[in-house]
Design a binder for this molecule. Structure first.
Ligand SMILES: Cc1ncc(COP(=O)(O)O)c(C=O)c1O
Length: 351
């Protein structure tokens, strides 16, 4: 079967006439804006935010296009990549009928977003090496499997999926393949963004919430064919990235050098933290990480989690997650934060 976008789209989305905002309809020079029922008197702030923002965030996309080497037409911006996940689900999955395929343990929002949209979920767990189980994935796919979500580097395991395995899926599956690269900046492996021309069914997700340090601004990216981006733009709320976020994002995107310095520092700290944690007797295993966190297997995860909380240190208890028995997920912090968590752990005593 070959990829056919029209076949994959829900009928209502194919027929959808998108909302046409005032700012969509007017393009050109003007100085009196009486088209959008805004407040022309201004805002109760020193800087005014009384005008609706650019619905397609062109300036931000132009800047991102340069940084990512992906044309503007192949970029969609979401209110966090969580919004991209939801928009994809609504574009392709018929509620109560279609399904997505995920490979747990993985990022939780694929499942939550599917539940919100009444989309069925096929779960094919990763192998014990946290890699894709290709035969089981092939077996599970049916005519209603519209999207496969792959997360690489994966959350919460931290490892990258084998590139060859991802390519097998891209080459043989005729639905949408989403590669969530939220943590790609911390990885030894390269992004799939330069492969977009080879795979019309590929959607890559990235975010400014991790390496770029802008989680509060809520800016996520989807890179895909122009046709897929066009559909996503039809579905999204008209002004999904607010003006303050667009302005601050533009400012931040000037600072690639500073972000690269932070990435280098975080990766160095990750390796140091792993080494320090391994010297603690009740730490059984640290999984290799291409991300900005470590999956750490300990003897008594629940007790240790609670103990750290009492010390004011919050980590993520993943011990109830499939294939993650005994595991805590610890984000790499500043040198001081990492020393604090290591010292606290060194003082922990089993009850
Ligand atoms: C794998 C993965 N994808 C996406 C997200 C969400 O990112 P955003 O802040 O862009 O919504 C996260 C956040 O933790 C994540 O771990």
């Amino acid at each position: 079967m070959t990829f056919d976008l029209n076949n994959l789209l829900r009928d209502n989305i194919k027929k959808l006439v998108p909302y046409s905002s005032a700012r969509d309809e007017f393009k050109g020079e003007a100085n009196t804006f009486l088209d959008a029922n805004e407040n022309s008197f201004g805002s109760p702030l020193t800087k005014w935010y009384n005008r609706y923002p650019d619905p397609l965030q062109l300036k931000v996309k132009e800047k991102l296009a340069g940084i990512k080497a992906v044309p503007v037409e192949n970029i969609f911006l979401g209110n966090g990549s969580d919004e991209c996940i939801d928009v994809l689900m609504r574009a392709f999955c018929e509620p109560g009928k279609d399904n997505i395929l995920i490979c747990p343990p993985t990022y939780g929002m694929y499942e939550v977003s599917a539940h919100i949209n009444d989309v069925n979920i096929k779960k094919i767990p990763l192998t014990t090496a946290f890699q894709l189980n290709l035969p089981a994935i092939e077996e599970a796919i049916d005519d209603n499997t519209k999207i496969i979500f792959l997360c690489s580097p994966n959350n919460p395991t931290g490892n990258s999926l084998d590139r060859d395995d991802i390519e097998v899926i891209l080459n043989n599956y005729s639905g949408i393949v989403v590669i969530d690269e939220a943590y790609i900046n911390f990885s030894r492996f390269r992004s799939f963004t330069q492969e977009l021309n080879d795979y019309p069914n590929l959607v890559i997700l990235q975010t400014l919430s991790k390496a770029w340090g802008l989680a509060a601004l809520r800016v996520g990216m989807a890179f895909a064919s122009q046709d897929i981006i066009h559909v996503m733009n039809k579905i999204k709320p008209p002004y999904n990235i607010n003006q303050a976020s667009q302005e601050l994002t533009l400012q931040a995107l000037e600072e690639v050098g500073q972000v690269n310095d932070m990435i280098r520092e975080i990766v160095a700290q990750r390796d140091l933290l792993a080494k320090d944690l391994l010297s603690i007797p009740f730490v059984k295993k640290i999984y290799p990480s291409d991300a900005n966190f470590l999956l750490v297997q300990v003897t008594e995860p629940k007790a240790i989690y609670k103990y750290l909380l009492e010390k004011g240190i919050v980590v993520r208890d993943r011990s109830s997650v499939e294939l993650c028995a005994g595991c805590l997920r610890i984000t790499v912090g500043t040198p001081d934060e990492n020393v604090a968590v290591v010292n606290a752990l060194k003082n922990w005593k089993p009850a």
